[in-house]
Design a protein around this ligand. Structure first.
Ligand code: 2AM
Length: 208
C-alpha cells in the first residue's frame, strides 16, 4: 500500500524541484516610501478619471532596469556578481518623475506610466552596462528601447489616456538612486509579489 503513496510523493517532489529551478527575476531601482506615497496620490487622481484597470499597489512601484524572465536558479551566482560589477561602475544619480505617458501609444494604452521628462544619461548607462554584461553571460539581447518609467496601471483592453496625459503631474520628490536591486517576481492570482534578492550600492572607487 505504501508504493502508490511514495510514487505520488516522488512525482510531486520532481514537479516541485522542476518549478523551483526557475525564478522570475528583474534588475530594478527601488523607490523610497516618500516617492511611492506621492506616486500613489498621482495614481489615485488618474484612477478617478480613468476608472477600471489593474492599478499597481504602492509597494510594487519601481523603475525596471532589465527584465530577465524565468531564469534557472543555477545562474544566480553569476547574476549576483553581475549586479555587483555593474553597480560599482555607476555613480549615484537622481531623476525627477514629472511626466505621464502610455505604452504602446497614448490613445490605445495598455500601460499608464510616470517617468522623467528629461533624458537620464546615468539611467541609460546603467541599462547599457547591464545589457552588455548579460550578453556576455549568454542572455539574448533586449529588443525594447530603455525608457525609465514607473508603471501605475495596466489595462487589458487598450485605453485612451487623453483625460490624464495633458495634465500637470503634481510634484513628486526627486528620486535619489543609490542602489541597484535584483528582484524576484512571483505571479499570484492576487497580483505580483516582489522580493529583493540582493541590493548593491551604486558608485565606489571604479564608478565612471
Ligand atoms: P512594465 O512595468 O513596463 O510592465 C516586472 O514585471 C517588471 O519588469 C515590470 O516593471 C515590467 O515592466 C518589466 N518587464 C519588462 N518586460 C516584461 C515582460 N516581458 N513581462 C513582464 N514584465 C516585464
Amino acid at each position: 500500500m505504501s508504493r502508490p503513496r511514495s510514487t505520488l510523493f516522488s512525482i510531486l517532489g520532481s514537479l516541485a524541484a522542476f518549478y523551483n529551478r526557475f525564478v522570475r527575476l528583474f534588475f530594478c531601482l527601488e523607490l523610497s516610501a516618500e516617492v511611492r506615497r506621492a506616486l500613489a496620490d498621482v495614481a489615485k487622481r488618474c484612477q478617478k478619471a480613468l476608472g477600471e484597470g489593474n492599478w499597481v499597489p504602492e509597494e510594487n512601484y519601481h523603475l525596471t532596469v532589465r527584465f530577465l524572465g524565468e531564469v534557472e536558479d543555477g545562474k544566480l551566482p553569476e547574476l549576483l556578481k553581475l549586479g555587483a560589477d555593474v553597480a560599482k561602475k555607476i555613480p549615484p544619480f537622481s531623476l525627477t518623475l514629472d511626466v505621464l505617458g502610455g505604452f504602446p501609444a497614448a490613445k490605445r494604452a495598455r500601460v499608464l506610466w510616470v517617468g522623467p521628462r528629461e533624458k537620464s544619461p546615468e539611467f541609460l548607462r546603467l541599462v547599457e552596462l547591464t545589457e552588455e554584461f548579460l550578453q556576455r553571460l549568454g542572455f539574448p539581447p533586449e529588443e525594447k528601447e530603455a525608457l525609465p518609467h514607473v508603471t501605475l496601471a495596466r489595462f487589458k483592453i487598450p485605453r485612451d489616456l487623453s483625460a490624464v496625459l495633458g495634465k500637470e503631474v503634481p510634484a513628486i520628490p526627486r528620486v535619489e538612486v543609490e542602489s541597484l536591486t535584483l528582484m524576484r517576481s512571483e505571479l499570484r492570482p492576487e497580483g505580483a509579489r516582489y522580493t529583493p534578492v540582493s541590493r548593491w550600492p551604486l558608485g565606489g572607487q571604479n564608478a565612471l
